[in-house]
Design a protein around this ligand. Sequence first.
Ligand SMILES: [Zn+2]
Length: 308
Amino acid sequence: MTLRRLLVLMWALVALHGLAQEPTPTAEPTPQPRPAPFLVLPLGAGGLELYFNGLTQGTMGLLRLASPNVTEAQAIFDGRAYPFFRPAGEDALYALVVARIDMPARAYPLQVLAALDDGTLQTQQTMIDVQAAGFLRLVFNVPSDRAYLINPEVERNEFARLGALTSRLNPLRQWDAGGFQLPMQSEMVSNFGQYRVLNNTVQTRHTGWDQRAATGTPVYAMARGVVNFAGMLDIRGNYVMLDHGWGIFSGYAHLSQMAVAPGQTVERGQLIGLSGNTGRSSGPHLHWEISVGGEWIDGFSLINGWLP
Ligand SMILES: [Zn+2]
């Protein structure tokens, strides 16, 4: 055997080994250890733990109540009530609070009410800094054959329909220990949160991220969930939405084909459709978006953050 052939053989062995190490969407997930909280406040027998240090506009924060004597709890933030959920077999309760995308940057009170098993009620309060995200402002021109979609009423109707879909609070956590992942591996071509001015008529916000994708590129479920919508919308075109429980939803827009039906449970990494250019879109791409508690948030705060 020549040295050259030996080197090729060694390279092939290393390459095959590398492939075998590659994670697959269906691989058994490894639970990530819970990080240390940023703040612990007394509440109940244990404490109220905050896993965030302020919130950037359009992100969510995780609260944990590590008190076995708390039967029920609620967080009040930005004038809204967020229920705590208890995962099966755990003593702790969790809540996800959201800093709206258009929430003015300043400090806001966060209040937590806890009902204890002795029938008493306890409260705790702290201030949360909401920080400016520095969203960009972009001007777009939509092609004339789709100009009928540049209509504030179409915009309102679609947001109302999505609002109804995302207002549901399923107390059953659907995602598995693998949490959330990107729906495909490709370049991000448009950021979450941008102000968009369309044909000088409609002013809107970019509710998700856009990824480069030729029509027909496979789109995978970001986490385990139940399909709560699969159909045609004016702006989002062929659209699939998954309900992941606890008020978390993921949406996949402008699809050329849909591979799932409402009511179906899909696994993390399962094919849910093929990307396309349907609806109000100026070229083939994948738009994906995350809603928590009825508010659009930056999906990366879900993918990168720790979840129970
Ligand atoms: Zn988009």
